[in-house]
Structure formats: C-alpha cells, structure tokens
Design a protein around this ligand. Structure first.
Ligand code: ZN
Ligand code: ZN
Length: 342
C-alpha cells in the first residue's frame, strides 16, 4: 500500500479533495481477533513472552490489547494493511507452534486502539479457575448455521448470555436470559441457581467464543450433560446471519465500543464518561455547556445525569451555581461517535 505522502506526490495535480479521499482510504484499519489455549509456562515465564510480542508488534506497526496467561493468549489487534496482519498471524502460528489459528477479521475507519499493550493475567478470560482449560478442540461447539437452526426449530432450549449486564443491554439473541452478572466468574453459580435438570439443553454464547470455552467446562464439572456453545461467538454468527436472531449491537472491548449488524463500528453508542459503559443519551452539560453522551444508568442519577464528565460532576456537586470551562474530551467523544450535536 502506498504511503499518504507518496499518494500526494503522485496525484498532486488532481486537487486536494481527491488526495484526501485517497489518504482516508489509506487510513483503514484491519482488525483481527483471536485466542488460543496453549501451555505458556508459569506466570514468571510470561514477561519474556510479552517482550517478544511487543517487539514483533513494534516491528509490524500494530496496535492492540493482548491478555497473556499461563493457559494461552487472547487478543484483538489492528494494523494498517492486510500484509501486516497476515504476517503477524503467521508469526504467532510459528512462534507458538499452532496448527491452526481461528481469527475473525474486520475493517474499521476508526482506530480501535491507541497503543500496543500486553497484560499478564492468571487466565485469558477471568472465570476464577486457572486450571480449567479445554483439552480438545471440539466440546459442544455449534457452528453459526447449526446455532441458527436450533434457535429457529427447537423449543425446549435454554439460551443464556454469558456476558455482563451492560453488554446484554445493547444487544443479545432474541429470547436470551440475562444472568445480570457483573463479572464472568459469577456465571456458573447463576446457572446452578436456576435449578435446571442436568440433561436440559443449555445454549451459551459470548462475544468471540473464549468465555464459553471455559464456562462449558465448569458447567460440565457440575454435572450438566447437554451444554452447547456458539463457535466463534456473536462476531462469527453476525458474519453469516446479520439481521436475524441477534438483536441490537455487539459490545467490544476497544475504542469501537460496539459493532452493528454489519460488524461496523457503532454510530449510536459512546463510552459513558462517568462509568465507562456504553451509552447513547445526549446531554448538554449544566456546568460547562459542552455536549456529551452518557449511559441510561448515569442519566438517572442526579449529578451525573446533568454533567458531561467526571470533572464537571465533581465541581458541580461542590458549587452548583458556578459555571466552568468547557471540557474538550466530551467534544472528542462526540466526534468519534458521529453523534449529531445536541
Ligand atoms: Zn454511565
Ligand atoms: Zn461539562
């Protein structure tokens, strides 16, 4: 791919709008999401692996978030070209000796990450059971096609969202149960509290599939014999069945906030400046007159529901009559979200 500077030089005679269009096309981000379970050594061994990942990321100019644990690796990362991403995936396969890497790729005009970060954790998704790791590739996985068929044809199934409350709120499968959990580690206890028969057909799903890989093992250990999981999660399903059984948008843990039915960054939700959860309620700040987008929960609270930022909320609570300087982050958030001005 040509660099923006080369493009300007070559197409200089065609005028600025044309050049800007090409530069914009060059700014497309290729995003890849994948995870794998593989013994990485002990926690003490992981800083060395992190260093290798950081070095490779720097070399290829990637951004992203990596969760590295003794049980494996979980990431969403992005690069400026297909070549960068595919060479990174080839390197990952070779470095970690993987026969296969199941990655989901998408495109975004909005940069999903500002940096390259590798976090070391006891698990690649926190169930609170570091020893619980899938030993076989297949364990009750339903392909997107099978999942769609079961949802359309079978009546006696229990469908449960393994994700957090705020993820459920902005989009989920039609008829899915919201466990109302605040953290994933509470999920198996929630299922047990429902008192299902041990052979009840239970369908579970999450964003990209990794949470279900661990949750299903926990449920099987508790004696449930008919648990099924959505292969590749909602992101894989939406690739094949947009505008079908999944309603709303899918929350993602990066600056895109959520993806719509076409896996494009949301045009509705921003991260709430008060609590960091997705929201779409527009307001004009009572203290600084700046525009902001906040979540429904904060909108119903007295000070947060009237202010654009933590800073304005703090000062407004101290002296409600005093006006303050406009908070620029609220403008930036609005722009990123493409929300119309209030
Ligand atoms: Zn909020
Ligand atoms: Zn304000």
């Amino acid at each position: 791919m040509e660099s923006p500077r080369a493009t300007t030089w070559r197409y200089g005679n065609f005028g600025l709008p044309f050049v800007l269009l090409l530069v914009k096309q060059n700014c497309m981000h290729i995003i890849t999401t994948f995870y794998f379970f593989k013994a990485m050594g002990s926690l003490a061994d992981l800083p060395a692996v992190r260093k290798e990942l950081e070095q490779k990321g720097r070399e290829l100019g990637l951004h992203g978030l990596f969760i590295l644990a003794p049980e494996g690796l979980n990431t969403t990362c992005s690069g400026g070209s297909e070549t960068m991403i595919s060479s990174f995936k080839s390197w990952i396969k070779e470095r970690f000796n993987l026969s296969h890497l199941d990655a989901k790729d998408s495109l975004s005009e909005r940069a999903p990450f500002g940096e390259f970060k590798v976090k070391i954790r006891p698990e690649i998704c926190t169930l609170g059971s570091p020893g619980l790791v899938p030993t076989q590739k297949e364990n009750g996985h339903l392909s997107a096609e099978e999942w769609e068929r079961v949802l359309r044809e079978e009546k006696n199934v229990v469908l449960i969202d393994t994700r957090n409350d705020y993820e459920y709120d902005i989009g989920t499968f039609q008829g899915a149960i919201n466990p109302k959990i605040e953290q994933f580690s509470d999920f198996p206890d929630f299922v047990e509290e429902q008192g299902y028969e041990q052979d009840q057909k239970i369908l579970i799903f999450c964003t990209g599939g990794v949470r279900c890989e661990k949750a299903i093992l926990d449920l099987q250990q508790r004696g449930y014999t008919n648990v099924l999981q959505l292969q590749g999660g909602i992101l894989n399903y939406l690739q094949k069945f947009p505008r079908s059984k999944f309603l709303g948008e899918c929350f993602v843990f990066d600056q895109r906030v959520a993806l719509d039915q076409d896996l494009q960054p949301t045009r509705q939700y921003c991260l709430c400046p008060h609590c960091g959860q997705p929201g779409k309620i527009k307001l004009n700040c009572i203290r600084c007159d700046g525009d902001a987008v906040i979540c429904a929960r904060c909108a119903s609270r007295s000070v947060c529901g009237e202010t654009c930022s933590k800073n304005c909320a703090h000062h407004y609570a101290l002296s409600p009559k005093k006006k303050g300087r406009r908070q620029w982050p609220s403008w930036r958030r609005l722009k990123a979200c493409e929300v119309e001005q209030v």
